[in-house]
Design a protein around this ligand. Structure first.
Ligand SMILES: O=C(O)CCC(=O)N[C@@H](C(=O)O)c1ccccc1
Length: 368
């Protein structure tokens, strides 16, 4: 495969509704896309950085800079680059996993489109469709939350994740349980908003038969999560803490988590995501596919990943209209609570030219 160049393209998409988490409220997405061009195909990657370094240390402008000045030039200087080699070529550069993941995804998509091979099959997917969960933000009131949850359950989502933070945790969870009963698959996500001092408070959530509590403590507090896990009956799931197969192995060995949310952007790409999946399956640790408000580009690849055998819990692989009135690809539409795994070559989708043009705010071509 001969890479001829990359395009960096930023698009602006308004969210269908504000999405509030413990680290801020998203109303609009400034998304960086990467297009890899070879002699015979082009591939797409989506960088999941936010505009500000609030979810992790990465942010959009930083990803543009590190891709332009370091990561793409490194690929330009390497021979015979294909999807499997990207991470090795980029390994000397520390961190910037979301930027690296977008670059690897674009190269992998181009390679697989040239070969006519679906990403799902390349990763080892075993299901033709995946059950979908939905992530529900922090709301202004419990009645507003109950309306939102009721709407998503009516749409067919098979699992509900509630964002929580100090002051918005036990009461909203209790209200959802009281309104919708004990059968609904329910979990919570704290996005690092608590400390070990909150252990007794968080133990109140044990009364609600939650699937898991996600990332209650700071992302670098592996030992704290291990101590907290011993005080809760609700399984602890890690998100921000898991940045690689190595950190996943450490967290599992230390008893810091019994479930892992796999987000390819957070761990440096879909191939590392598969390695984490394989590690977790070997340790009997359940995994599910997290989301970063992706467009149909990232959503397509996430659905492919979520079809691997170890993804035994519904992921945040919602339909396109959960976040966007108009997606930049053909929309992902929920069917009886499931999304079909794209069957086409590579990620199985392409951006729609008119949507891409209508939402583009900046583009730069980088020849190799
Ligand atoms: O469904 C989705 O794509 C979003 C799922 C979700 O809640 N993501 C959270 C998270 O911390 O996991 C999030 C990430 C980035 C920005 C906002 C929210």
């Amino acid at each position: 495969m001969k890479l001829t160049g990359f395009e960096l393209r930023r698009i602006g998409l308004p969210l269908a509704a504000p999405f509030r988490t413990s680290f801020g409220t998203q109303t609009h997405r400034d998304i960086l896309l990467v297009r890899a061009v070879t002699g015979d195909a082009e591939g797409w990657g989506e960088c999941v950085t936010l505009p500000d370094p609030l979810y992790s240390e990465e942010y959009v402008d930083g990803a543009v800079d590190v891709l332009t000045r370091f990561l793409i030039p490194a690929l330009a200087g390497a021979d015979d680059v294909d999807g499997a080699r990207v991470a090795t070529v980029l390994a000397p550069f520390k961190g910037h996993r979301m930027a690296k993941a977008a670059l690897e995804m674009a190269v992998l998509d181009a390679e697989l489109k040239e070969l006519g091979r679906p990403l799902a099959r390349e990763l080892g997917a075993v299901h033709p469709r995946v059950p979908c969960g939905v992530s529900v933000g922090i709301m202004d009131s419990v009645p507003q939350l109950l309306d939102a949850v009721g709407g998503y359950l009516e749409q067919g989502y098979v699992r509900v994740k509630l964002k929580i933070e100090p002051g918005w945790d036990v009461a909203p969870v209790r209200a959802v349980r009281n309104r919708f009963g004990g059968e609904v698959l329910l979990q919570v996500d704290a996005n690092t908003a608590y400390t070990l001092a909150d252990a007794r408070h968080l133990a109140q959530l044990d009364a609600f038969d939650l699937l898991l509590i996600e990332q209650p403590l700071e992302e670098d507090d592996i030992l704290g999560h291990a101590q907290l896990a011993r005080q809760l009956s609700t399984p602890v799931c890690l998100d921000e803490s898991i940045t690689s197969a190595r950190t996943a192995a450490a967290a599992i060995s230390l008893g810091a988590c019994s479930v892992i949310n796999i987000k390819p952007g957070r761990v440096g790409g879909y191939l590392e995501a598969r390695r984490i999946h394989d590690l977790c399956v070997a340790h009997g640790v359940a995994v599910w596919c997290g989301g970063m408000l992706e467009t149909g580009i990232g959503r397509a690849a996430n659905v492919a990943l979520a079809a691997l055998p170890g993804f035994t819990l519904p992921g945040d692989t919602s339909a396109s209209d959960r976040y966007y009135r108009t997606d930049i690809t053909s929309p992902f539409v929920l069917d009886d609570g499931y999304l079909d795994v794209p069957a086409g070559a590579g990620i199985g989708v392409e951006p729609l030219a008119e949507e891409l043009d209508a939402t583009t705010t900046w583009t730069q071509w980088i020849p190799l």
